[in-house]
Design a protein around this ligand. Structure first.
Ligand code: GLN
Length: 192
């Protein structure tokens, strides 16, 4: 089993480091060819506008969308969640349109308003998770998807089938439980 980290821009090294820490093989994905070599993909935080441009330039946009629609497991964090959403606001932008939610970019304000908070995520255990929010988006509306965690009454971690997404950055916490949760999801998907 191999996990890909979308390697256009953003927190790529941090995700690769966590995968190494939990003993899971991972590579950077920047082309359709490398995407075909992985069993699941993490789309990191960074700048969603830049990532969107590069996804389209490399042809990854269409291939990735088609794969996700067929059940390929993905985990979008922050900008990655914005790329997966059905609807992006503030400002509006194109997206893969595979996750039934609306998201408002930079919904908590600017860089200076970045923060961290202890949140409860029952699917990974009883111990709260120290979640880091950096120019994070706010999920303003959810459709038929599961909310795995909320903060201040807004969902911050969601799941729909083989897609998970968080508005915070788990790669910046010294806690590998969310990555392990995703790896289990990928293992189950490859078994089917
Ligand atoms: N504000 C960024 C965007 O809109 C996302 C920030 C992040 O990924 N930390 O793309």
């Amino acid at each position: 089993m191999k996990i890909g980290i979308l390697g256009m821009q953003g927190d790529i090294e941090e995700h690769l480091a966590i995968m190494e820490k939990i003993g899971v093989d991972s590579i950077r994905v920047k082309s359709v060819k490398t995407l075909e070599a992985v069993d699941g993909l993490i789309m990191p935080g960074g700048e969603s506008t830049t990532m969107l441009k590069l996804l389209k330039l490399t042809g990854l946009f269409d291939v990735l969308k088609a794969k996700i629609e067929k059940g390929f497991p993905v985990y979008g964090t922050c900008a990655g969640l914005i790329l997966l959403a059905n609807e992006v606001e503030h400002p509006a932008q194109d997206s893969l349109d595979v996750l039934d939610l609306s998201v408002s970019r930079n919904g908590y304000g600017r860089q200076i308003n970045s923060f961290h908070a202890e949140i409860s995520i029952p699917v990974i255990g009883d111990k709260p998770f120290d979640a880091v929010f950096i120019r994070a988006p706010v999920i303003t509306k959810v459709g038929k998807i599961d909310v795995l965690a909320s903060y201040n009454h807004a969902p911050v971690f969601v799941r729909h089938e083989n897609i998970i997404a968080s508005t915070f950055h788990p790669e910046l916490s010294d806690d590998t439980r969310i990555h392990e949760f995703f790896v289990e999801m990928v293992k189950n998907a490859t078994r089917n």
